[in-house]
Design a protein around this ligand. Sequence first.
Ligand code: BES
Ligand code: MN
Ligand code: ZN
Length: 518
Amino acid sequence: MQFTVVSGELAAQDVDAVVVNLFSGVDKPDGATGAIDAAIGNTITALIEAGEITGRSGELTVIHTLGEAYSGNGAYSGFAPKRVVVAGLGKADKFDLDDVRTVSATTVRRLRNLGVKSAATVIHGAGAVGIEPGDAAEAMVEGAILGLYKFDKYKSKKQSGDDDAEDDKTLESLAIVEPDTAGVADVEAGVTRAIAFADAAALARDLVNEPPNVMTPTKLAEEAERVAGAADGLSITILERADAEKMGMGAFLGVAQGSREPLKIIRIDYGGDARHADNNLWLIGKGITFDSGGLSLKTSSGMETMKSDMAGGASVIAAIQAIAVIGPKINVTALCLATENMPGGGAQRVSDVVTAMSGMTIEVLNTDAEGRLTLADALAYARENGASRMVDVATLTGGIVTALGRGNSGAFSNDDDLVDALIAAGARRGEPIWRLPLDDVSKRQNRSKIADIKNTGGRPAHATTGAHFIGEFAGDTPWVHLDIAATAMTDSLSGWRTPGATGVPTRTLIQLVIDLAK
Ligand code: BES
Ligand code: MN
Ligand code: ZN
């Protein structure tokens, strides 16, 4: 879709539809909504009086003017757009940037499904509630790109999103109308930023939504190469099994040994601050392209979403794509140790003892707790290669779904500043994060009778014992573990989240990097 920023009157735009808005409790619209109301014979005011438009959140009213040629001398005379869409914004004092994303996503989906090709819109929330127009426009474009996202490449007949229509409709252009000429530059900058953020999140969704027979470790490495090749300032290194053996990545190798697909170590470097090598952040994503559980086999239904077990890896690869576009003054490395977790004659056994790259021995009591094993070696590799801060992102535990539900990703950390920065970045991008404690009581659950540590801590504080395990390999390097098992995928369409992969936490990671570079 084409986004343009226009300065001037909304009513004057030559488009199929114009979008205005209304907070709840407003009975006489002003601003752009008032101007459109006046241009269409006070129809909006009449519908408010009739109780048909209330301004409540989620409400979308389509007023069909049918265009100038049709309306003749009637109430809509002289008004070119065939439709006026009034979007309810809810209560003004509760309205925030994520509401902007949501309104934008639901509105553009409706426009698309109506067959609208070109639309012009007000900037929802700009000014009214202390939201800067540039930030509001940014959130609108993020919401529009993510809300229109579809993964239909394997469908012979294309479908238009949330309805069952089999025709492939597309909204081709959205003009964002900023009334104040002086504000245009800020709005344009917001749109440019939004495209970098949302394209990255869409890339993460694509990587996750691909079926696991396509998105193998080899294919993921190829996709990473494509990302690195397309951007200035990114360099890529792909390492193989022999390299993992040389480095002593026994924990990662143990997970990979049951799979016929070659493992890949994917590393992308962005050098934004070459003169200060220490000014760096490592983004480390879990990259299990399919998690069958290994010999500790999952149930059939438990496997249905396990192509998404590389969502952490997808998010770090996608994030660095946007980071290269935005160009912050900080060094960033995206790292993903990719493999399948499969059963089979060569698979690791339950009760095997492996030696991780750090030298620590691990008793593998559940081959389905494979994420922490791969991350153990990933963190060791990062530290050996000079990481000064690390964020690992992983679909690590079903326990985090139990603990937090689907509204928040769970964070664990040894560093208050880093985790606070991550939580703030998540809030800024509408991807909520909640911190959970790393307490000593649950830490003891990882003690092994025969090795330094075991890879399962039992049922209590399930997500926490996983985090503790990874924490053993973070040592004293500032580190956050982000468990996205509950947030990486969704069943339902809701605002900017479309069914399938959500792209979480790609935009949060990009925001974190920008914030740390300040
Ligand atoms: N990839 C799964 C976690 C997961 C579960 C992600 C549901 C998304 C949705 C992970 O590898 C796993 O199997 N975890 C086990 C760990 C247990 C065996 C200690 C779990 O959470 O049950
Ligand atoms: Mn598993
Ligand atoms: Zn897993």
